[in-house]
Design a protein around this ligand. Sequence first.
Ligand code: FAD
Length: 292
Amino acid sequence: MTSMGFQTQPKEFEYMAPANLEDASKLYLSYGEKACILAGGTDIVPLMKRGLLAPECVIDITKIPDMSYIRLEDGVLKLGALTTIEDFRESPLIEQNYPALHMASEVMGSTIIRNLATVGANICRASPASDMAPPLVVLGANLRIFGPKGVRTTPIEDFFLGFGRSEMAAGEILCEIEVPASPDKQAFMKLKRTKEDLAKINISTAFNLSDDKCSGIKIALGSVAPKVVRAEKTEKFLEGKELSEANIEEAKRIICREINPIDDVRSTAEYRMEMSKVLLGRVIRLALKGGW
Ligand SMILES: Cc1cc2nc3c(=O)[nH]c(=O)nc-3n(C[C@H](O)[C@H](O)[C@H](O)COP(=O)(O)OP(=O)(O)OC[C@H]3O[C@@H](n4cnc5c(N)ncnc54)[C@H](O)[C@@H]3O)c2cc1C
């Protein structure tokens, strides 16, 4: 069936709802690329309805118990892959201790989307515009992935390979995200066309501050390259320095050499380049101020 040029019903598919990770992984492995994992469905359902994705089998992982939680264990934040973005937004633990994650959850999608969308899928789709990826990168998150060979842990930074591509192997399912100790200062900012839109650019930073000098500074940007990028040269320049206006101005010059934005429906490469500099200054000042 078509409406205004768009297919409105997905092609027929098999629906499976395994009760545990072992069964889900076996199914996913046996169907290979003909299967698709279903979490909140906010990415795949619109694609299936428009005929842009036609899996033979949809593996619904939402019936697997204990995949949605926000816990602090021995100073490590543990997030179940099926935790929704709205759960994040409402969590006092996140708001008080991981402000960059809280800020990202505040500006992601609408309430309806946030109620369905899961943090695990926001990472697994490997979109350069993912809002949860930059804060998780600057916080040094690790991903725990369940697969045919058991559970493995990988740094989130190594996970993204390119536009929509990750290092996830056949049959693997993200089960948990771990965030180590949280730096004192952190922030996230996003530019978008409308209130409920993917990012034209997003940026996050995290650092410690002692005697007005920053240490361990990390900066990550989205929508300015085929994958979320760390601004390592900019970080290296700022490391150990005061975050003065003069140093921020120099950092803005450096960050331009670390990104490779393109023109697309949401923005132009030129605008993204200019605004990356502006947002770098703003996100550092926001982190210094301790939030909005
Ligand atoms: C109107 C609208 C607005 C949006 N706004 C934003 C926004 O502001 N910011 C933003 O970042 N995104 C936005 N999105 C995109 C989307 O909501 C997010 O990417 C969301 O986090 C996807 O979560 P989900 O659980 O709904 O994913 P699903 O659609 O269920 O899955 C997405 C992909 O991830 C895979 N997957 C899911 N979970 C796992 C897992 N545990 N292990 C392995 N693979 C898995 C699936 O196979 C699928 O390919 C928007 C989408 C819509 C429709």
